[in-house]
Design a protein around this ligand. Structure first.
Ligand code: OOG
Ligand code: MG
Length: 256
């Protein structure tokens, strides 16, 4: 731990101690490359401690998310084995700082996917699609950050739940409707096109960015395409429910 960049030590301590921390780049002076270097350092440290990378995620791929979070470009993060919660298991809030839950479309890759690919090529590399819920938990105070902060903080990734997988649907996912519920109340509706115009384009974006950053997508990996809508704050006793046309539905509950 002590040989890590001090900014990453701060973030890792915030995460393990469930204590929010100040932004590491409040004046937005850090380059994007430097921010990813910090993210990768934290991921590599976790892997050295016994955790595993099970996939990659995109974030801030929808206008709804970009506007709410004040960051207007997509970002890439890692999905860790320690963050995977099986369907049906409540997500424990006591291990988190100020969790928020958002609906996601998940993919599992049938093969490696690297470099510049089209939406059709991205789709062809996918083995199955799944409804998913991502629980994000920025380590930054009041869930407020800039572009470099959130990249270094592994895109606020904390927990994620995947629902039942199904083969890639023939349907046009741009037109797939989504309804999102929190505590029995409908809180958002969207369509797949909210995600960079097409969820397959989000996967293509990720394939390219991950390759550029030297961590290309691999067969078997899981992917989250990014939330088409705003996340909701969650507390013990809450549940969220998402229904997607052609992708399926998933309920996740929260415990203390
Ligand atoms: C950053 C992570 C964004 C998504 O799906 O857009 C993200 C955040 O909102 O804290 O995962
Ligand atoms: Mg997300």
């Amino acid at each position: 731990m002590n040989d890590l960049d001090t900014r990453i030590q701060t973030l890792l301590r915030a995460e393990s101690g469930r204590q929010e921390t100040d932004r590491i780049d409040p004046n937005a002076q850090m380059s994007e490359d430097e921010a990813y270097r910090l993210q990768f350092q934290a991921i590599d440290y976790k892997v050295a401690q016994g955790d595993k990378v099970v996939g990659l995620k995109t974030g801030l791929t929808s206008k709804a998310k970009q506007q709410t979070m004040g960051v207007h470009q997509p970002i890439m993060g890692h999905l860790m084995a320690s963050g995977l919660v099986p369907e049906g298991t409540p997500v424990a809030c006591s291990a988190l700082i100020h969790p928020r839950a958002e609906p996601e479309i998940g993919f599992r890759l049938a093969r490696d996917l690297a470099g510049e690919v089209s939406a059709a090529q991205a789709r062809a590399a996918v083995e199955s699609v799944m409804p998913a819920i991502e629980i994000i938990d920025s380590r930054f105070r009041d869930f407020k950050f800039g572009f470099s902060d959130v990249i270094a903080d592994n895109t606020s990734a904390a927990r994620f739940v995947f629902g039942q997988p199904r083969p890639v649907p023939d349907a046009d996912l741009r037109l797939a409707g989504m309804v999102y519920w929190h505590k029995g109340e409908m809180v958002a509706t969207a369509a797949g096109a909210a995600i960079l115009g097409d969820p397959w384009l989000a996967l293509a974006w990720l394939a390219k960015r991950a390759s550029e950053l030297g961590r290309p997508l691999k067969a078997g990996q899981l992917v989250l395409a990014g939330s088409p809508t705003d996340a909701v704050f969650v507390n013990p006793g809450d549940d969220v429910f998402v229904e997607f046309d052609h992708v399926g539905s998933l309920r996740v509950s929260f415990s203390s």
